[in-house]
Design a protein around this ligand. Structure first.
Ligand code: PXP
Length: 238
């Protein structure tokens, strides 16, 4: 059974739209786990556009909820993350103007910086992952960085599938990267833009152990409810 991480940032987006307390991301974290999610993902963005520091702290303090905290390489965010102590960390690129994380990290450019950050998280015994593009070279660099996991950005594949464009080349890139990572003892995750169809396509790649999905799950739940949608994904990942 592959693992499902549910990204609940959009629950906070909805709450923030009113500037009040409902819907509460802490209740959402507890509820998605009750519905079968293996972990909860939250992204503490530099502009705090959805999850804020207080949410992150409270969610990371919940018992029996494994939390994957996405962070940029920003120094103050890293210090916050080390204080909050999530179970897992995923380092992602962040650009203030983007609507969502548009691609993987530039590993070559940030190699030294990443090495220092990864060292801090590993010293704190936090499982550390890097959000990367499906590239064999990046996987080799990740090996030198000593990360525990990589999360492969699946945005391009998802767009190809949604726009009914050819996706075989991108799927092959993801497959080759996953196989290489697995052979180097790096755990492979996938995330970004995933829905039922794209997740089903990716399940053919046996090396992918964890899927982190947000926007589609929260959006689809407006019609069918979190419980049903999470159960549908869990069935796909069997
Ligand atoms: N994984 C990572 C590392 C992300 O940055 C995001 C988006 O915040 C996701 C997964 C979830 O993407 P989506 O909301 O498109 O499912």
């Amino acid at each position: 059974m592959k693992r499902l991480g549910v990204n609940i940032d959009h629950v906070a987006t909805l709450r923030n739209a009113r500037g009040e307390k409902h819907p509460d991301p802490i209740s959402a974290a507890l509820y998605v786990v009750k519905c079968g999610a293996d972990s909860v993902t939250i992204h503490l963005r530099e502009d705090r556009r959805h999850i804020n520091d207080k949410d992150a702290k409270r969610i990371c303090n919940l018992k029996n909820v494994l939390v994957n905290l996405e962070v940029s390489m920003n120094e103050s965010i890293i210090s916050n993350a080390l204080r909050i102590r999530p179970d897992y960390i995923c380092i992602v690129p962040e650009n203030r103007k983007e609507i969502t994380t548009e691609g993987g990290l530039n590993i070559i450019k940030n190699f030294k910086k990443l090495k220092k950050i990864i060292f801090k998280f590993k010293k704190a015994k936090i499982r550390t992952s890097l959000f990367i593009n499906p590239s064999l070279n990046d996987i080799k660099l990740c090996r030198s960085l000593g990360v525990d996991c990589v999360e492969i950005h699946t945005g391009k594949l998802s767009n190809n599938v949604k726009l009914k464009q050819k996706h075989t080349k991108e799927l092959q890139r993801i497959k080759n990267s996953s196989k290489l990572a697995n052979s180097l003892a790096i755990e492979v995750h996938a995330g970004h833009g995933l829905d039922y169809k794209t997740t089903k396509i990716l399940t053919k790649i046996k090396e992918i152990q964890e899927y982190n999905i947000g926007h589609f799950i929260i959006g689809e739940s407006v019609f069918y409810g979190l419980s049903k949608v999470i159960k549908n994904f869990k069935r796909l990942l069997k």
